[in-house]
Design a protein around this ligand. Structure first.
Ligand code: ME8
Length: 651
């Protein structure tokens, strides 16, 4: 296991890239997956002591973009400019901390591509000829170099199964065939170059079958970088695009920074573009006398309705829809937790919501709010420094240290789903520990005060420790939790925070989302225009009325009052601790003139659970008690039959 590396890697550089995405369409969940993964890797590697440089960007030349722009009646550059904004906006929303965003229409890139082209030419690997064969515009790929049979009419692309175009044109070829043996030797010497190994085997057998020389220019496509000294042709989009990995770190000047950063430590991508990265790219680099990337991490596809999510199939999910209900961490978490890196994942709304509600709302969010609630209730948010740390508490610490080693092992291997799974097993253990220790029982016995403090302190330390190793995946939440627990210690190790400190009160971190609401918003998205007109017609008739759907937005649940007390200097206010069946929370109610605390303790009430929390007299009220009110404002709390279960929903 790689844990020993922690100190030895200090200040080593780590150059990390995503593919540069085509600007023929707006980003979807598949693009988000790769980019979130790279961001998680950046944050994790930074924690491990590396100096990380993260490059992403857009691929803007080629026939696909040219055709799309013509269809839209705009120039390719106009199309690119509008789509680049969409990518950048989404990366911002998803908290992607890239260091550089490269566009292949950037001048330094264009000059850098010309430079490597000249270099490869000078080294004798480029010759002119005629290409006769088929071209897949969707993959931007010469089909006859992957399939050796004679191209027939309407040949189907073996990769995307779309119809190809017949192409006969003058071009320059790259002597790919001359690199077959060199590539096989490189794979033998670097068996970990491609992860997972199964993909390495695919690459090896593809190369073993024989490589044909590759056309690296086009004379029928004008939207591209002109070939140096032959402006009738443009450079093939893949030769142009792959070069971004070096032009993005200043290959043009080949300065100190370039020499420090290159070779890349990790190229991340999906399996659709493996051949370009594992065969063509190393061959181009060998020819240009540059070192080869150290590793390529190949993940699977997000599928929808069992098919690869892709624009041309029309089954893409725009992550912006998810933002209507979830924050960026929920989306990041789902993507990293759900699919094992090498396999495909099928996206379903149900799967998404279950994962987020179960892990983030119930397990992680609840552990924090429960712990915070108890510290507020039993310790008035202040530890006194008398915590008693017993054997059970020591065991919680030891098992965290064990867990951390396992998680580092998985994360170093980019098996994020496995590492996260282990973290959540530990979170489950902490929730059980609360049940076993029963802090509520300890709190009613004055002689057990130090033990109570020990339990709550151990929970705070465990939460802080977990919070730190989860931070690459859910960075925003991690900052909020550190804020709540008043401790911003980062990095690895058990967070042995001082036992004399105060904590801040917390609102819910991941409010639960109802599947029906979630699905409804997608429907709304699909039928926006239609609904717009319907709405106008109905609005006059319906003024003042609410729909059943409006009503359903209000989450009302039967809860039980566990504790009630007066709020100092506020005659009308009572502070209630209520158990809602899924959590314990604090409410502030303006009923103190008519109900005493003892009237309420043990009483079942109805609360509105999804009301935005507000602070009243310094106390955070997370919801509202339902009560009738007469003309003088006297409250009447409805009686709930005693047998009604806590957590029952009113509908
Ligand atoms: O291929 N599931 O760009 P591209 C998972 N410009 N990942 C997916 C996905 C899905 N359904 N769909 C897309 C190109 N991706 C070239 C790359 S690099 C020098 C040039 C992700 O916009 C995944 O990373 O088609 C895949 O490899 C990439 O987007 C393809 O993006």
């Amino acid at each position: 296991m790689a844990i020993e590396k922690v100190d030895s890697v200090e200040k080593k550089k780590f150059f990390l890239t995503t593919p540069i995405y085509y600007v023929n369409d707006i980003p979807h969940l598949g693009h988000a997956y790769t980019t979130v993964m790279a961001d998680v890797i950046k944050r994790y590697k930074t924690m491990r002591g590396y100096e990380v440089f993260f490059l992403t960007g857009t691929d803007e030349h080629g026939q696909k973009i040219e055709k799309n722009a013509i269809k839209k009646g705009i120039t390719p550059k106009e199309l690119a400019d509008s789509v680049v904004v969409r990518f950048k906006e989404l990366w911002k929303k998803l908290n992607i901390d890239y260091d550089k965003f490269i566009r292949t229409t950037d001048e330094y890139h264009i000059e850098g591509v010309k430079k490597i082209f000249r270099k490869v030419q000078k080294n004798g690997d480029i010759y002119s000829g005629d290409y006769k064969g088929h071209y897949c515009v969707s993959c931007e790929s010469f089909v006859s170099d992957t399939a050796k049979d004679t191209p027939s009419k309407n040949k189907i692309c073996p990769d995307c199964e779309k119809e190809t175009e017949k192409v006969v044109e003058k071009c320059y070829f790259f002597k790919l065939s001359a690199y077959q043996e060199k590539l096989l030797k490189f794979y033998d010497e670097n068996p970990d170059f491609i992860q997972p190994k199964s993909r390495m085997n695919e690459v090896r057998s593809f190369v073993t079958m024989g490589l044909r020389d590759l056309s690296i220019t086009r004379s029928t496509v004008s939207w591209g970088i002109p070939v140096p000294e032959d402006e009738d042709q443009t450079i093939y989009v893949w030769f142009d695009a792959l070069t971004n990995y070096i032009t993005g770190i200043n290959y043009l000047e080949e300065n100190e920074n370039f020499n420090k950063m290159w070779p890349a430590d990790l190229h991340v991508m999906a399996k659709d573009i493996l051949k370009f990265h594992a065969v063509y790219w190393p061959a181009f680099l060998m020819s240009a006398e540059l070192p080869l990337p150290k590793k390529e991490l190949i993940h699977g596809w997000w599928l929808k309705d069992e098919k690869k999510m892709s624009k041309s199939i029309g089954n893409v999910l725009d992550p912006n829809i998810l933002f209507e209900h979830f924050n960026s961490d929920a989306i990041r978490y789902f993507l990293m937790r759900e699919a094992p890196i090498g396999s495909d994942g099928n996206f379903s709304h149900q799967g998404f919501i279950n994962r987020v509600n179960t892990d983030l709302s119930n397990d992680w969010g609840n552990l924090i709010s429960r712990t915070g609630g108890m510290i507020g209730k039993y310790l008035k948010n202040k530890f006194t420094g008398n915590a008693l740390i017993g054997a059970k508490e020591k065991e919680i610490e030891d098992s965290y240290n064990e867990l951390e080693k396992v998680v580092i092992g998985f994360f170093d291997d980019y098996k994020f789903n496995r590492g996260i799974e282990k973290i959540f097993e530990y979170i489950g253990k902490l929730n059980k520990y609360i049940v076993e220790k029963q802090p509520w029982a300890l709190s009613s016995d004055e002689s057990k005060k130090d033990e109570l403090e020990g339990v709550l302190l151990t929970l705070v330390r465990a939460i802080l420790s977990i919070n730190s190793i989860l931070s690459p995946v859910i960075p925003e939440t991690s900052e909020n939790v550190a804020e709540i627990l008043n401790n911003k210690t980062v990095g690895f190790g058990w967070k042995d925070t001082s036992d004399n400190f105060t904590i801040n009160e917390a609102g819910p971190l991941f409010p639960r989302v109802d599947l029906k609401d979630f699905l409804k918003s997608e429907e709304v998205e699909d039928n926006k225009e239609k609904r717009g007109t319907e709405k106008k017609e109905k609005v006059e008739m319906e003024e003042g009325l609410i729909t059943f759907d409006d009503f359903k937005k209000v989450e009302m649940v039967v809860s039980i009052v566990r504790n009630a007390e007066k709020i100092e200097n506020a005659d009308k206010l009572l502070k209630l601790e209520v158990d809602t069946g899924s959590d314990t929370r604090t409410l502030v109610a303006g009923i103190a003139l008519h109900y005493s605390p003892s009237d309420l303790i043990g009483k079942k009430i109805i609360i509105i659970k999804n009301l935005k929390p507000v602070k009243l007299r310094g106390v955070l009220s997370q919801g509202m008690i339902l009560a009738a009110s007469d003309k003088d404002g006297r409250p009447y709390i409805p009686e709930i039959p005693q047998e009604t279960p806590v957590g029952a929903i009113l509908k």
